[in-house]
Design a protein around this ligand. Structure first.
Ligand code: SAH
Length: 400
C-alpha cells in the first residue's frame, strides 16, 4: 500500500510574499506559492527522499532557472457574471466556478494574451459565452498550444454548436491581432460534460496542427494529443531517461505508455529497435506520423493495453533489453509488472509523476530480482505540489 503523505506544505504566510500570484488562494492551481522556489524544491526533494530514499541515493532535484510561464498549453473557460460581463479563466479547484484570469504566472504569456483578445472579440461579434448552468450560449473554452521551439501557435475555439456566425471574419480579426497564430480550429462540444473537448473538429485556418522539437525530434501536436506541458524540463527528463538506459545501438527496447512516441523516437536513435505501446488510438496515430516525419524506421507502435501487450510478448517467448515505462498517475498494474519479470529486461527506466504509486511498484520489482540504482527527481510543474521522478533499475545479475 502506498503510504499516506501530507501533500500540503505547512508554512503559513500572513502577507503575500513579493512575486506571489494575487489569485493564489482563489485559483488553487499552484498549491506551493506560499513557499519561495528554493523552498519548494527542498520540499519536493524531501518528499521523494521520504518515499524513495530507502531504495537508493536520491539525486538533487533538477529545478528550473526561470520557473515562470512554463506551460505551453493554456485552457480558459468562458462564462458570464451575474451582471452579464464576459469572463474567462480557470475553474477554481474542485468546482465549476470560473476565477477570471488575464495573465497567469505559470502559463505562456502569448497564450494568455490571445485568450484576452478572443474575449474582447466575442463582444464585438455579439457572441455569447456558454452558460454551464443553463446549457445556453456559444463559446465554452479556448485552448491555446504553443511550440516553444518552433514558435507555432494553435488556437482551438470550443463551441457548443457547429453554427459559428461570421467565423471567417472572426478568425481574420484574431489573426490580425496575433499574426503569430499558425492554425485555428473549432471544436464542437454540445454535451453537458466537464470534458473540455468534444468529438467534432473543423480547421478554420492553417494545417490544423502545430509542430515542436524536443531532444532533436520533431513532433506533430494536434488539438487532442497529449504533449508534455513543460518542454524545457521535459528535455531534461528525457535526456536523463536516455542516459539511464545506457543504450549502445543494438538493444530491443519497449516504451510502455508511450503517448505520441516521444521517448520511443528519441530512444530509437540510440537503440536497435523500439516497440511503443499505448492505449489511446489518436496518440498512436500521432506517434506513427511522428516516426515518419523524423524518418525513423526502427520503431513500431501498437495500440494496446500495456499490461496485456507485455503479457502477450512474454507468452510468445519474446525478450527485451530495456523497458521504459511512463504510466499515468495510478502507476502500473500487476499484469504489466508480472509480464515485465517474464520478459526480464536487463534495465528498466521508470518515469512517474506520482512517487507514491512509483514506490509501490519499485517495492514489487525490488522483491522480484531488480535493484534500484539511480533516482532523479525533476521539477516539471513549479509552484504545484507535483513531482516527477525518473528511476533506473537493473536486473540483479546484470551490470549497470
Ligand atoms: N510517455 C509519454 C506519455 C506519458 S502519459 C510522454 O511522455 O509523452 C501516460 C500515457 O499512458 C498516456 O498517453 C495514456 O493514454 C497512456 N495509457 C494509460 N493507460 C494505459 C494502458 N493501460 N496501456 C497503455 N497506455 C496507457
Amino acid at each position: 500500500m502506498a503510504q499516506e503523505i501530507d501533500r500540503q506544505p505547512k508554512k503559513q504566510v500572513k502577507e503575500r510574499p513579493a512575486g506571489q500570484c494575487p489569485l493564489y488562494k482563489k485559483c488553487g492551481g499552484c498549491q506551493m506559492q506560499n513557499l519561495s522556489y528554493p523552498e519548494q524544491l527542498r520540499w519536493k526533494q524531501s518528499l521523494v527522499q521520504r518515499l524513495l530514499g530507502k531504495f537508493c541515493h536520491v539525486e538533487p532535484i533538477i529545478g528550473m532557472e526561470n520557473p515562470r510561464h512554463y506551460r505551453n498549453k493554456v485552457q480558459a473557460a468562458f462564462g458570464l457574471t451575474r451582471d452579464q460581463k464576459i469572463i474567462s479563466g480557470v475553474y477554481q479547484s474542485s468546482t465549476h466556478r470560473i476565477v477570471p484570469v488575464d495573465s497567469c504566472m505559470i502559463e505562456d504569456r502569448k497564450a494568455d494574451e490571445i485568450i484576452v483578445t478572443v474575449r474582447s472579440l466575442l463582444k464585438s461579434f455579439k457572441l455569447q459565452p456558454y452558460q454551464e448552468d443553463r446549457g445556453i450560449g456559444f463559446l465554452r473554452h479556448v485552448l491555446v498550444k504553443r511550440g516553444f521551439a518552433s514558435g507555432q501557435i494553435m488556437v482551438v475555439l470550443v463551441t457548443s454548436t457547429p453554427i459559428f456566425p461570421a467565423k471567417n471574419r472572426f478568425v481574420e480579426a484574431l489573426r490580425k491581432a496575433h499574426p503569430e497564430i499558425t492554425t485555428v480550429l473549432m471544436n464542437v462540444n454540445p454535451y453537458r460534460t466537464s470534458l473540455v473537448l468534444g468529438d467534432a473538429e473543423k480547421v478554420l485556418f492553417g494545417p490544423g496542427y502545430i509542430e515542436d522539437t524536443l531532444c532533436g525530434c520533431v513532433f506533430r501536436i494536434s488539438a487532442k494529443s497529449f504533449y508534455q506541458i513543460n518542454p524545457v524540463q521535459t528535455e531534461r527528463l528525457y535526456s536523463k531517461a536516455i542516459e539511464f538506459a545506457g543504450l549502445t545501438g543494438k538493444e530491443t527496447v519497449i516504451d510502455a505508455y508511450c503517448g505520441i512516441g516521444t521517448i520511443s523516437l528519441i530512444a530509437a536513435k540510440h537503440a536497435g529497435h523500439v516497440i511503443g505501446v499505448e492505449l489511446n488510438g489518436d496518440a498512436v496515430r500521432d506517434a506513427i506520423v511522428n516516426a515518419k516525419r523524423n524518418r525513423i524506421e526502427n520503431v513500431y507502435f501498437h495500440k494496446a493495453d500495456a499490461g496485456a501487450f507485455m503479457e502477450q510478448m512474454a507468452h510468445e517467448g519474446q525478450t527485451a533489453d530495456v523497458v521504459f515505462l511512463d504510466p499515468p498517475r495510478a502507476g502500473s498494474d500487476e499484469k504489466f509488472l508480472s509480464s515485465l519479470l517474464v520478459l526480464s529486461p536487463r534495465k528498466v527506466v521508470y518515469i512517474s509523476c506520482n512517487p507514491e504509486t512509483q514506490e509501490r511498484d519499485l517495492q514489487f520489482l525490488r522483491k522480484s530480482g531488480y535493484r534500484v540504482v539511480r533516482i532523479q527527481p525533476v521539477d516539471m510543474f513549479p509552484h504545484t505540489n507535483h513531482v516527477e521522478c525518473v528511476v533506473k533499475l537493473c536486473r540483479n545479475d546484470a551490470k549497470e
